[in-house]
Design a protein around this ligand. Structure first.
Ligand code: AHM
Ligand code: MG
Length: 382
């Protein structure tokens, strides 16, 4: 259980040095500490003490962002509310035999909604009255949900999400998650357009995920490092439990669906064989860990180090994972934690999307491991 800490003395905000491939400061919103030397240093300091609430952390962080005006506080708080509601339902998933199977009627004769469409609706309803959210796009919806003018204030942002990723794992009690990404809207007409979503991932102003696991955690970044908050279910509040997450530069874990090995291209096969070789000096062999829930596989590798691969193969040249809903948010998070994400040739965050549901090969994790796989794919490495 995460304890409530007494009010801590605000520590100095630590600026992290960025690797050459690292995330560059977001241009259109001031996410850097205030340049005004006259400003009280307390006011430009974000709390990083373990045990403070998510809400307090976001507020403290926002004080440094002159343009943010409390928008992220309410956005993150709406997302965390949705996460708690989804979490409550996920926790009941084992009771489906008693309450009724999704897609069927329950004992009261009511139709039981599938958990992924339920999660989709919860997130939409949590965000569509926000005022700053002009449109929502979800892996569950073919087209974006454009927020009506009545509910728009400034409508400056669009939000993209995968409401329940890894949903094939629900009925076997394995961790699943929700993934989200926030972009600043580009068009200025009365309604948001698809083009507002089709921006490279480097333009995200916030990205995060919620993992429904042995405990429920919300992990997010606004471009100033990555922080993880654990839900204390007895009080229904997220508390800072993992400040300033850093992924090790090299891991010892690889995560890939080896059932697809017969369809892999030769460099991927060579790379995976390389990881299995015995060579103490380079930390091999690696351990294989694959859950089949991106959020869970990613979260483990983020904390322990390692590489997750969903490559393009002979059957699916672009792999399986979606650029906007899955790859971009995870890529911003991993870069902010000091790692890297690539489609094999290019940084994921540099890809200009051409459609909402676009799939891309994904190689994501510890920086040195991503460098290695890129070497194998380019033919430079054995
Ligand atoms: P989903 O969005 O339909 O749940 O699919 C995405 C999931 C990811 O969570 C996971 O990494 C991947 O699919 C697993 O795919 P596979 O079963 O092909 O290994
Ligand atoms: Mg998904």
């Amino acid at each position: 259980m995460v304890p409530l800490a007494p009010a801590p003395t605000p520590p100095k905000w630590k600026m992290r040095s960025l690797s050459p491939k690292g995330y560059q400061p977001i241009a259109h919103i001031n996410l850097s500490p205030d340049k005004d030397e006259t400003m009280n240093s307390q006011a430009v300091t974000a709390e990083t003490e373990k045990g403070i609430t998510l809400e307090r952390y976001v507020k403290e962080e926002e004080r440094k962002f002159l343009e943010a005006r409390g928008i992220f506080t309410t956005l993150i708080s709406q997302i965390s509310l949705a996460a708690k509601i989804i979490n409550a339902e996920v926790n009941k998933a084992g009771l489906v035999d008693i309450l009724g199977l999704a897609g069927h009627t329950n004992i009261q004769g009511e139709e039981v909604q599938k958990l992924d469409s339920y999660a989709d609706e919860v997130l939409r309803r949590a965000l569509d009255h926000h005022g700053s959210v002009a449109a929502l796009a979800s892996e569950e919806m073919n087209d974006p949900y454009i927020v009506s003018g009545d509910y728009l204030d400034d409508g400056e942002y669009v939000v993209v999400y995968d409401p329940l990723d890894g949903s094939s794992n629900i009925d076997v009690n394995v961790s699943i998650g929700s993934i989200f990404s926030i972009l600043k809207r580009k068009t200025s007409g009365p309604e948001a357009q698809i083009s507002d979503f089709l921006q490279p991932g480097s333009e995200q102003v916030c990205a995060g995920y919620v993992i429904y696991g042995s405990s429920t955690m919300l992990v997010y970044t606004t471009g100033n490092g990555v922080n993880g908050f654990t839900l204390n279910p007895s009080v229904g509040e997220f508390f800072l439990s993992h400040p300033n997450i850093q992924i090790p530069a090299r891991g010892k874990i690889y995560s890939i669906n080896e059932g697809n090995a017969s369809k892999w291209h030769a460099p991927v096969t060579r790379y995976i064989n390389h990881l299995k070789e015995d060579d103490k000096s380079t930390g091999r062999p690696y351990s294989a860990r694959y859950i089949g829930s991106l959020v869970a596989d990613f979260h483990r590798n983020l904390l322990k180090g390692g590489i997750f691969l969903y490559p393009g193969d002979k059957k699916n040249p672009n792999g399986k994972l979606r650029l906007l809903y899955e790859c971009n948010p995870m890529s911003l998070i991993v870069e902010q934690a000091g790692g890297a994400a690539s489609n094999g040739q290019h940084r994921i965050l540099d890809i200009l999307p051409d459609n909402l549901h676009q799939r891309v090969p994904l190689f994501i994790g510890s920086r040195d491991d991503i460098t290695d796989i890129e070497g194998f794919l380019s033919g430079d490495s054995e």
